[in-house]
Design a protein around this ligand. Structure first.
Ligand code: C2E
Ligand code: CA
Ligand code: CA
Length: 682
């Protein structure tokens, strides 16, 4: 199973992981709000303090002024009473007491007045106080005159003076003081009004600023809420959606599959689970790049989606693996109809990065309830079936069969064994002769890998080659086999068979590996085999992967002095027209054309045209897979010079091949040996 390489981060995910401007804005909002609240509290407190101070001051001054004014008024009035009482008192002691009181009243009056003068006074207050001073200045001598008259016992005159002058004068003093009191009250009222205004302003500020803070707070809260729900939604979407194709991912898929199964159980219907894997997707990724690979995946996703009903499910499990669920069907044939549609849809050509591309897929199918009744089993079984579809030739579907599980286990075991096989040197080469029909002599041998499995015996590459390729082990294995083949052939050369050539198979992975050229150089140098005796067999597929790069590489190989052949020619997707671009020496005609050569005129025509083309291009050719004398005669007649196949010899171990080196095959080719002398060669 192949994957698209390192997972990419989707733009959505990138948005989430970026230290978002959102977060900075949020933080700024919070900080502003906090600062505002601190500011509001500080200003409010300060304003309140100022207002309260002012109010206190006003109250304090007013109270003191009032007390002082009242003290003055009281003492002034008491003096009036003393003056009025004095004429009526004859007892000298009592009179002295009264006079003392008079004098005390005067001192208290003067002290209060002095204190008042030290207080902050308005101009009007000052004016009134001055006026009171002047009036007192007039009233005081009159009062002293009265006292003098009383002391001299001129009571009547004193009373006269009291009534006509002293009392009215003192009343005027009191009146001036009353005005002063009224004025002080007015000033106090004004000051307290002002203090109250300040208070009010402070309150307004507080309201305004806390309102603003609340407003910002509200917005911050709304932002936090919206942002959090946005992040939540995005997280949810990302956790259920494949970022590349937008299809449900495995998690959402499993959930929906389970729902489908529950519905099918209720309605007694079938559910088809199809596991889809693109064929040779890795080749697209490796040759055209990951961006093209991603485009192909997206296009396949779109096409799969288009082949099914809205209520069915398509999901991408990762890499080039998709899964489709078709629910509520009553017969397997309905599932297979969908499968056929999907195969056709994926097979249609793609336009990617300005070039036409072909792809195909292998589909494994499990059906509920036959192949399992829970989502996990169904998926696993569909996967197993897909694997079988793949190994039986790709671009096909396969229904699950319980026997497959055992096969999957066997394969796993084989993979483990293969790992140890490399350590224990269980891989080695067989050699199959290629005979020259003109001489009847062995012309070359093809080296073919074998595995001597401790339990299973001799295994052919069909069983394990793909595993070696999948794991990449083929590169190191191939290098070792090449060394062995060169070494062995050098040995045969040393024994006198200097004309013998060796053909070694090179798979795509080995071909593109950077160690290929040094590997070949090393094998030749170590073995001492002349380069012209070595031939590398490449498949057409290698050229088709990347024609320009392949041609360049083959030139590099040929610069070492070795020759190159195209194996299995005619089976790949290259046409004969491409052939002239391949810088090769030998063309190996695939055994598929050889198989029916004596019965199938089309194959004969094909071989003929391949042969004449290779003649034009000055290429050698080898016919593979000759199993019968008829085939051999037929190919000989068509002009084939070099042949290979079971009829001549199966691939054999090196020591057995040594005995064939001197063998003359000509008698075996003679027409007298023909089982069917009548050849249908056209
Ligand atoms: P191939 O290169 O086409 O090799 C020829 C295959 O045809 C061999 O199968 C050979 O045993 C078989 N064969 C030869 N004559 C006949 C015949 O008359 N009739 C039939 N039916 N088959 C015949 P084998 O050895 O199983 O190898 C299979 C494939 O594995 C090879 O196909 C080649 O592509 C690959 N392979 C084998 N050895 C190596 C190796 O060392 N390295 C790499 N990279 N690939 C290898
Ligand atoms: Ca071959
Ligand atoms: Ca071949």
């Amino acid at each position: 199973m192949q994957h698209t390489g390192p997972d990419k981060i989707s733009p959505a995910m990138r948005r989430l992981v970026r230290p978002a401007a959102w977060k900075i804005a949020l933080l700024a909002g919070f900080v502003t709000q906090l600062l505002l609240l601190i500011f509001v509290t500080a200003i409010g407190l300060q304003q309140l303090e100022v207002a309260t101070d002012k109010l206190n001051q006003v109250v304090d001054i007013h109270m003191r002024k009032q007390i002082l004014t009242t003290t003055m008024v009281v003492n002034a009035r008491e003096r009036i009473i003393v003056i009025l009482t004095l004429p009526k008192i004859s007892d000298p002691v009592e009179r002295d007491n009264l006079l003392n009181q008079f004098s005390d009243n005067g001192s208290a009056f003067a002290t209060a007045r002095q204190a008042l003068l030290k207080m902050p006074l308005s101009t009007r207050e000052q004016g009134l106080l001055t006026r009171q001073g002047q009036l007192t200045g007039i009233a005081q001598p009159i009062q002293l005159q009265v006292i003098d008259l009383i002391s001299a016992d001129f009571t009547a005159a004193a009373e006269e003076l009291i009534l006509t002058k002293a009392i009215p004068m003192q009343n005027e003093v009191v009146s001036a003081l009353s005005q002063l009191d009224a004025e002080a009250q007015k000033v106090a009222r004004e000051a307290s009004g002002k203090a109250r205004e300040d208070h009010l302003r402070a309150r307004q500020w507080m309201f305004l600023l806390s309102g603003t803070a609340l407003f910002i707070g509200f917005f911050v809260a709304v932002f936090v809420f919206l942002y959090a729900s946005r992040v939540d939604r995005e997280r949810e979407r990302l956790s259920t959606e494949d970022p590349l194709t937008g299809l449900p991912n495995r998690m959402l898929f499993m959930d929906r599959l389970e729902q489908s199964l529950m519905r099918a159980e209720r309605h007694q219907t079938l559910v088809g689970v199809m596991f889809i894997d693109l064929d040779r997707f890795k080749r697209v990724n490796d040759t055209l790049g990951h961006a093209s690979g991603d485009k192909l995946i997206c296009e396949v996703a779109k096409r799969l989606r288009a082949t099914i009903r809205a209520e069915d499910i398509v999901a991408r499990l990762g890499g080039d693996e998709f899964v489709v669920v078709v629910g509520d069907v009553t017969a397997i044939k309905h599932i297979l109809q969908v499968v056929e549609k999907m195969l056709a849809a994926v097979e249609a050509p793609y336009q990617i990065a300005g070039r036409e591309l072909f792809s195909s897929c292998s589909i494994g199918i499990s059906v509920f309830p036959h192949d399992g009744d829970d989502s996990g089993d169904l998926l696993k079984h569909a996967d197993t079936a897909m694997y079988h579809a793949k190994s039986s030739g790709r671009n096909r579907f396969q229904l699950y069969d319980p026997a497959m599980n055992a096969m999957a286990e066997e394969r796993l075991q084989l993979e483990t064994d293969l790992h140890y096989a490399l350590e224990r040197n269980e891989l080695f080469l067989h050699y199959q002769p290629q005979v020259n029909l003109n001489t009847g002599r062995l012309h070359a041998v093809e080296a073919l890998v074998r595995w001597s499995h401790p339990q299973k015996g001799l295994l052919s590459p069909a069983v394990f080659l793909e595993m070696l390729e999948e794991t990449g082990q083929i590169v190191s294995v191939g290098r070792k086999l090449l060394e062995t083949a060169c070494h062995q052939t050098a040995g045969w050369h040393a024994a006198g068979y200097t004309h013998l050539e060796i053909a070694v198979n090179v798979s795509s992975k080995e071909f593109w590996h950077e160690g290929l050229i040094p590997g070949v150089q090393n094998a030749l140098a170590q073995s001492g085999l002349p380069p012209h005796a070595l031939q590398l067999e490449l498949t057409e597929g290698i050229f088709m992967e990347n024609m320009d790069a392949a041609v360049k590489r083959v030139h590099e190989l040929k610069a070492l002095g070795i020759s190159v052949s195209v194996d299995d020619f005619g089976t790949g997707f290259s046409s004969l027209a491409h052939l002239k671009r391949f810088p090769i020496d030998v063309l190996k005609i695939d055994r598929y054309f050889v198989k029916d050569v004596q019965h199938d005129p089309v194959n004969v025509a094909l071989i003929r045209s391949i042969l004449s083309l290779s003649q034009d291009l000055k290429l050698e050719n080898v016919a593979e897979g000759i199993e019968t004398q008829e085939q051999l005669a037929c190919l000989h007649k068509l002009g084939c010079k070099i042949v290979q196949g079971y009829f001549i010899s199966r691939p054999v171990p090196a020591e057995q091949l040594t005995t064939l080196l001197d063998h003359d095959w000509l008698p075996a080719f003679s027409p007298a040996q023909h089982a069917h002398p009548k050849l249908t060669v056209i």
